[in-house]
Write a protein that binds this ligand. Sequence first.
Ligand code: ACO
Length: 448
Amino acid sequence: PENVGILALEIIFPSQYVDQTELEEFDGASAGKYTIGLGQSKMGFCSDREDVNSLCMTVVQRLLERNNVDLKNIGRLEVGTETIIDKSKSVKSALMQLFGDNTDIEGIDTTNACYGGTAALFNSINWIESSSWDGRLALAVCADIAVYAKGSARPTGGAGAVAMLVGPNAPLVFERGLRSTFMQHAYDFYKPDLSSEYPTVDGKLSIQCYLSALDNCYQLYGRKFQQRHPEETTKGLDRFDAIIFHTPFCKLVQKSVGRLCFNDFLLTSEDKRAEKYPGFERFNQSTFENSYFDRDVEKSFMTTFSNVFEEKTKKSLFLANQVGNMYTPSVYSGLVSLLINEPTENLTNKRIGVFSYGSGLASTMYSIKITENLEALKKFTSKLDYVKPLLESREKVAPAEFTKLMEVREKNNHAAPYEPSGSTDVLFPGTYYLKNIDELHRRTYERK
Ligand code: ACO
């Protein structure tokens, strides 16, 4: 099969959010810390009415209905998530409730922090390109509820779900031979306490790990690109028309674009640097390893190349800024944001770089080539017209009320039997929600 890629794309996010300016005040943080310092405006969150199963059911059902997908035509269903409820029982198995008589669907869950969605996607692509493929389509689903204990990490939460229908002759095509991966053992962020939804996180280390993974993936991608396309003269970031990132908070991504420009600088031979980077001689002795928290490097590359951020990345941060870190769907919310904020005419034949990162750590950079068929692309992007109005229709919740709802989740995590108390009135129409949990921890859902 040729041109394997994304045939349809669906995203959902919580119907309630807390305003980050109000949260700064409520937390006693200095004004601007979350909004300017982290680059976040609003944070979506779920009450105890929603869990990872319900988020996945909502997004998958919406994708199936809105694209008239024949249930029998799904041959693989993969879920990437780090939100664990039944441990040995997959979220994928819960999604089988939506597939009627079609029980012949391969795939289960994949977990490694925010990377699982990309693993689910790769498994889907690989299946279609393999000898196991039976001609049907694959669905890659990613969903998470990102919540942190009270403290400095709490404003970097969020929640959401993305479903991607994968098959041949797609408008968004995964470029073959251009995946570069960096994986390493690290305790930057993990969830050793199985009784809690909250991670154990070393914030500073997690940022260092993210940036080091970015450096490694980017450099390897460049080498693979060179091998695969020796005829192409464009180098470095110019290879990408847009570049999207896993987004723990928007400021980190803005810094990451600067970081990639710093990569291009260090990868330029010293004799050519003076011409291309006047005034940057002081960075000739810098190295990747000694510069993760070098303020001068960070600021100089970020401000000098702010146009690169504006051109290639800013539009993709729309949902991350409005919803927060969705974990596994985060990088794909970047894809949706780009598609709904860039005029479709500008997108044909473009190459999008993708950087997916999950703590612990697993990361990959790869690229998507957009079709040159404008009609096909318009048909695809017009299906995302619902995103902005849905976002506008959310309900704002005061930080004190948000904190109470978080305490309810915290207190009742893994409780059984359990009747959720969160309102169903606030949920968007078509949302699956948790009706109850019986004494054997079996969950029942209803749809609004
Ligand atoms: N106005 C403007 N900016 C401000 C203000 C203010 N009043 N106050 C602080 N800031 C800036 C700081 O200078 C800093 O920016 P800088 O790094 O560019 O200088 C930024 O706001 C954040 O302030 P810090 O003091 O660094 O924040 P803190 O250490 O309290 O927490 C952190 C930040 C570590 C990101 C925390 O929220 C966290 O642990 N989050 C979860 C981990 C995470 O998301 N890691 C990213 C990769 S891994 C993953 O995806 C989970």
